[in-house]
Ligand binder design. Sequence first.
Ligand code: ASP
Length: 331
Amino acid sequence: MMRNSLIILLLSVFNPVSYAQDIALVIHGGSGNIYRENLSDSLEGLYREKLYEALISGYEILLDGGTSQEAVKKAINIMEDSPLFNAGKGAVFTNAGTNEMDASIMDGSTLNAGAVAGVKQIKNPINAAIDVMNYSPHVMMTGDGAEAFAKMRGLEIVDASYFYTERRHMQLMQIKERESTDQGNQFIKNHRYKFGTVGAVALDKSGNMVAGTSTGGMTNKKYGRVGDSPIIGAGTYANNKTCGISATGHGEYFIRGVVAYDISALMEYTGLSIQEAADLVIHEKLAELGGVGGVIGLDAKGNVMMSFNSNGMFRGFIKQKGNPQIFIFKE
Ligand code: ASP
């Protein structure tokens, strides 16, 4: 960790074009009922390390003059490849015992966007979303069609068994056991049973903002259920005029509240700051609907926002010359 900080410091001091524009990167690794007593010291350490690696790797791209899209992709790929998060490798299980993933990306300079939903064999769903945005005339592709497109684009395809992890499988078993009881319904309502969707928002040297989100959705989901993560305006949004947003939480409420776009619209039409707009949406509007979760974001100046009404959210940010900051619990 110390070594990485030193490298970042040296890069910032010796890179003469570093500060053409304030660069920043903010990430999340999911929200939920995350209490200190539920997370062992060793597991907490693993989460912190992975969040740190994702932040540093994305930030190095921005420092080197890379684009927000590249930084978001890198940060999300690192979390997708880790079994810790509910995305890619660590995706939760559906009721049918499969893993069905969703992802989306949006570019704040063009308002172009791409998304995939219900994919089962694409190793990094965010890469497929990026290709939908960059190499197709569409915004969203689902299931087999999305997979055929990803294959055609040469993205990494894996056997569905790649997504099996014992921890997530046990969560499915536990939730199925509780499902029929009142206690089980309360459990689901309280969003206690899973967390780990990942997301990133970056601002690069040319002032362009990109936001992306990738998820396995919700444990025990049925009937091809799709949440907010691949829905532009609900789970992901970016507009260079206002902000970039990635959400995590109980997706049905984020869809109904059009959460990510609502934050942008509040900024655009009322002049609220990104933190004020997000707090209004998360703590008042979403909470009134009964929704639990959170959002991360950046505004055009690189101001960082992190807002959630759950008990915790894996999250972190790094800004110009700054050290990476990582948080898990309510501070
Ligand atoms: N928002 C995701 C979904 O509803 C899940 C999460 O963020 O925890 O699919």
